[in-house]
Design a protein around this ligand. Structure first.
Ligand code: NAD
Ligand code: UD1
Length: 342
């Protein structure tokens, strides 16, 4: 299949591009590099050993998107493009709604005009809200979101479901990711956050290479096994494989489906720290800090629908996630800008 990846230069998009190419598909990228770098695409080309067509454009730019669709006959689109920092979305809600919603609406209109009716969308477990029970299942009604970023995911799910309901030729797969971490085993591509990371694993990685002093563990008084927050961490390469299978599913079905991509296993903050220390033979200093506003005690996925519909399940474990993250971080201590990689 020939597949367009919006936001394909980003963390998850670049890994998905590799998996698609290695599965024999043709991937085309469109990205405006608002949170990524063309270097990521060059690294992808190095891994797959052939060029990847990549356009620098904003998905909100209908003229540019029409030109791309005129040049290619796509079988499906994977829509990664979006702004994703929760705290930033609280400070800049209009920017988040404008970027994430406009890009989706423009993309859908251009797809419709070109008769491309299969889309796989990067949604998030954040859409569930703070559920009273775990694991999270796709049939649980959303309890609302706690920030504008989350609401953009919620609204985009509704936009895509509405289109699938209105036109029976559409196929929509809404992938709700849990907590993607890790990096490609080559050490060539990985997560390259700008500034001080907000998320746990990128923060640990920067402490590991001495760029940050210590980790603040946000709360050790949650009702969990060791008092620290529990999440479903998923290796980005497993997540990427899920997209390849979702494209195959979209080619054979119409309508819309919500599918969790998680391992089904929850790990605590301290599980991550201790595993990272052990497999990488490093020491991550940490201090217990107050809870972070908006955090919940525990979430993890019920991943059985992904197995039933896609034949997908996570294969990599927490040790792989910690090892691959550290490998990328040590080879690229300043991310894509500071090093030529390996
Ligand atoms: P990322 O920021 O690395 O990738 C997103 C890409 O989209 C970037 O390359 C960025 O430059 C591009 N982009 C943003 N707006 C654009 C626009 N208007 N036009 C063109 N390109 C644009 O993020 P990621 O971690 O790879 O996440 C990919 C998707 O998955 C996002 O939609 C994100 O919200 C979603 N998601 C991520 C996580 C996570 O923890 N990483 C969890 C759940 C959902
Ligand atoms: C966060 C977002 C979520 C988003 C996801 C993307 C919030 C409230 N939620 O999820 O909407 O989809 O990122 O990956 O921001 N922790 C520390 N110290 C740190 C950082 C984190 O102890 O420096 C803890 C947190 O309290 C939490 C766990 O680590 O228990 C994971 O945090 P994080 O990586 O930020 O992910 P989420 O909060 O699950």
């Amino acid at each position: 299949m020939k597949i367009l990846l919006t936001g394909g230069a980003g963390f998850i998009g670049s890994h998905t591009c590799v998996e698609l190419c290695q599965a024999g598909h043709e991937a085309v990228i469109v990205d405006n590099y608002v949170n990524s770098s063309p270097e990521a695409v060059r690294r992808v080309e190095k891994i797959v050993r052939h060029p990847v067509v990549c356009y620098e454009a904003d998905v909100r730019d209908a003229a540019a998107m029409n030109r791309i669709f005129d040049e290619h006959s796509f079988d499906a689109v994977i829509h990664f493009a979006g702004l994703k920092a929760v705290g930033e979305s609280v400070a800049q809600p209009l920017r988040y709604y404008r970027n994430n919603l406009d890009s989706t609406l423009t993309l859908m209109e251009v797809m419709q005009a070109h008769g491309v009716k299969r889309i796989v969308f990067s949604s998030s477990a954040t859409v569930y809200g703070n559920q009273p029970v775990v694991p999270y299942r796709e049939d649980m009604p959303s309890l609302g979101c706690t920030n504008p970023y989350g609401w953009t995911k919620f609204m985009i799910e509704k936009i895509l479901e509405g289109q699938a309901a209105a036109d029976p030729e559409w196929s929509v797969v809404l992938l709700r990711y849990f907590n993607p971490i890790g990096a490609h085993a080559s050490g060539l591509i990985g997560e390259d956050p700008s500034g001080i990371p907000n998320n746990l694993m990128p923060y640990i990685a920067k402490v590991a290479v001495g760029e940050l002093d210590h980790l603040n563990v946000f709360g050790n008084d949650y009702p969990t096994k060791d008092g620290t927050g529990v999440r479903d961490y998923i290796h980005v390469v497993d997540l990427a494989r899920g997209h390849v299978l979702a494209c195959g599913y979209a080619a054979e079905h119409t309508g819309s489906e919500i599918i969790n991509l998680g391992t089904g296993v929850g790990y605590s903050v301290l599980d991550l720290v201790h595993t990272f220390d052990r497999v990488n033979n490093v020491h991550i200093p940490y201090v217990i800090a107050p809870r972070r506003a908006g955090d919940i005690a525990e979430n993890y996925a019920d991943p059985s629908k992904a197995l039933a519909l896609l034949g997908w399940k996570a294969e990599k474990n927490l040790e792989d996630m910690c090892r691959d993250t550290y490998h990328f971080q040590t080879l690229n201590p300043k991310g894509y800008h500071g090093s030529a990689g390996v």
